[in-house]
Design a protein around this ligand. Structure first.
Ligand SMILES: CCCCCCCCCCCCC/C=C/[C@@H](O)[C@H](CO)NC(=O)CCCCCCCCCCCCCCC
Ligand SMILES: Nc1ncnc2c1ncn2[C@@H]1O[C@H](COP(=O)(O)OP(=O)(O)OP(=O)(O)O)[C@@H](O)[C@H]1O
Ligand SMILES: [Ca+2]
Length: 504
């Protein structure tokens, strides 16, 4: 009876096999440890995902050999057929590389770490190295996007934002949807985006994969992972401004961004420099926020449970979304629902539709936020002392609860509007909403008469031109090649039903 031998003793689910290749078996390299007749050996190598610590994935391999050529061919054929059955895996990708993002390593990272893996997995690619800002976005309006199984961006959050705007914008254009209408039901984008992190913050990659690592991300793309993502639309006076998936920040994070843009040459360090400067300047801003609470979701920003792979709360939102689209036309009007209004002086107003975990803050700005529940967490940090604000910031880096301060409030919302005190009278109707609807007004911080200036909105790392904004969360508007952060992935492979071991 011919026997199959292997160099490794491991359990690998089919879903985690990257590729199977016939191999030249070299007995000198592979010491099989015993005397053998000099019969010709036939071999194949299985490349698979090896899960290491902290959500890091690597490509590992195991070579199998035997003397019987037919048996060897049967194995390779069977495994290749099983791989063909993994229908969610991409075959053709469009890749955009920002050569200037982060530490300017995008091109090198792609060529040395990612392209060899794509080629191993028989993925064909069209690669565009961007020549200017908005190159990728504009290009996505011109190319035949429908021939691709996904779009990959090599760069940071800004590069991701470009690709997302290109894809979502293109989908709306092709479906005749007017993006300027803040109430429009946007068309979901089913072409997945893969992020190869090569930026300064890489918050979107970190929050959806659990690590900012190009090889790990490339492997998630190869396996065809799919993670839906909420997207917030930002409008001003019925004019579309931007989409956001991570942070929409006014005050502290807006000021950091504005200052850091002048220091791009510093690379990722610019955020620490501008962060320190902005912290010292301690500016606060006066304005009004009106929001509608997210009643459809069961979670709360103070939950101890985190959004993890296969998240129950996000699954519930997916079901609701499917039901809503069935009964399209019958959906309830937003206007009917209750608005809450808050006035005050704020050091920071942050709206995050995901946790915003990143290497600087591994639990993020709102640790219990969900990737795909159709809501955003609105965090209001009121005027407080520098010392208290520092205590608040430091809690982003340790296990303590950053919302457990009397000057910090957090709400889970489905939409909100903001007007700064400066622009209140001539720009927006937020005050009207406040006057018309019964709301909760802040009485502890009455408007003061000191002269104030506006801050800027930081929208996923880009500045917005207007301070008055209208924001709405679109549940699961797009999809990523990711699976969310895995709970503890170390032993999962061993428990899989479809392992090579079982086949053997
Ligand atoms: C004492 C240490 C306190 C550390 C506090 C760390 C909190 C970090 C929270 C980071 C949240 C990032 C959210 C992601 C936003 C992205 O869509 C966007 C685009 O990439 N990135 C930024 O806007 C870039 C934002 C970059 C923010 C950097 C903040 C650095 C703050 C430094 C404050 C220093 C105070 C020191 C006083 C002695
Ligand atoms: N060839 C290019 N030349 C100049 N700018 C570019 C080019 N390609 C893309 N960009 C722009 O560079 C901006 C920043 O890029 P990217 O997000 O990759 O890096 P980053 O800002 O260092 O990282 P992060 O966004 O994570 O902070 C993007 O908004 C993108 O529009
Ligand atoms: Ca969300």
């Amino acid at each position: 009876m011919p026997q199959l031998h292997s160099t490794e003793n491991c359990f690998v689910p089919i879903s985690e096999i990257i590729a199977v290749e016939e191999t030249e078996f070299n007995k000198k390299q592979r010491n099989i440890g015993r005397w053998q007749k000099m019969a010709k050996l036939h071999a194949f190598t299985v490349y698979y995902v090896k899960k290491a610590r902290n959500h890091r994935w690597r490509c590992s391999d195991a070579t199998f050999w035997c003397e019987d050529e037919h048996l060897c061919n049967q194995w390779t054929q069977a495994l290749k057929e099983l791989l063909e059955m993994q229908k969610s895996r991409p075959k053709q990708l469009l890749v955009y590389i920002n050569p200037y993002g982060g530490k300017r390593q995008g091109k090198r990272i792609y060529e040395q770490k990612v392209a060899p893996l794509f080629s191993l997995a028989s993925i064909s690619t069209d690669v565009v190295i961007t020549e200017h800002a908005n190159h990728a976005k504009d290009n996505l309006f011109e190319v035949n996007i429908y021939k691709y199984d996904g779009v990959v961006c090599v760069g940071g959050d800004g590069m991701f934002s470009e690709v997302m705007h290109g894809l979502i914008g293109r989908m709306q254009k092709d479906s005749g949807i007017d993006q300027n209408n803040p109430k429009a039901s946007l068309v979901q984008c089913n072409i997945r985006i893969g992020i190869i992190p090569a930026g300064s913050t890489d918050c979107i990659c970190y929050s959806t994969v659990g690590i900012s690592d190009p090889v790990t991300s490339a492997l998630h793309i190869i396996l065809g992972d799919c993670q839906p993502l909420d997207v917030s639309s930002v409008h001003h006076n019925n004019t579309f401004l931007k989409y956001s998936v991570s942070l929409l920040g006014y005050g502290f994070y807006g000021d950091i961004l504005k200052d850091s843009e002048k220091k791009r040459w510093m690379g990722p360090m610019r955020y620490d420099y501008s962060g320190f400067k902005t912290f010292l300047s301690h500016h606060y801003y006066e304005g009004t926020i009106a929001y509608q609470p997210a009643k459809h979701t069961h979670g709360s920003p103070r939950d101890k449970e985190r959004c993890r792979t296969g998240c129950y709360i996000c699954k519930q939102s997916e079901k609701q979304l499917a039901e809503q689209s069935k009964e399209r036309g019958l959906k309830h009007e937003e206007g009917e629902e209750e608005w809450k209004v808050i006035k005050g002086k704020f050091l920071a107003i942050n709206a995050v539709s995901m946790s915003c975990a990143c290497p600087r803050s591994p639990k993020g700005l709102s640790p219990a936020a969900h990737l795909a529940d159709g809501s955003a967490d609105l965090i209001l940090v009121r005027k407080c002392s520098r010392f208290d604000f520092l205590r608040y910031l430091v809690r982003h880096t340790n296990q303590d609860d950053q919302f457990d301060f009397p000057f910090v409030d957090v709400y889970r919302v489905k939409c909100f509007q903001f007007t700064s005190k400066l622009s209140e009278d001539n720009e927006s109707n937020v005050m009207d909403i406040g006057k018309k609807r019964f709301g909760q007004f802040c009485r502890d911080h009455p408007a003061c008469c000191c002269s104030i200036v506006n801050s800027t909105w930081n929208c996923d790392g880009e500045t917005l031109d207007s301070s008055a904004v209208e924001v709405r969360v679109h549940c699961q508007l797009m999809k990523l090649f990711a699976r969310g952060i895995e709970e503890d992935c170390k032993d999962e492979a061993a428990h899989s039903q479809s392992s090579i071991e079982q086949l053997l």
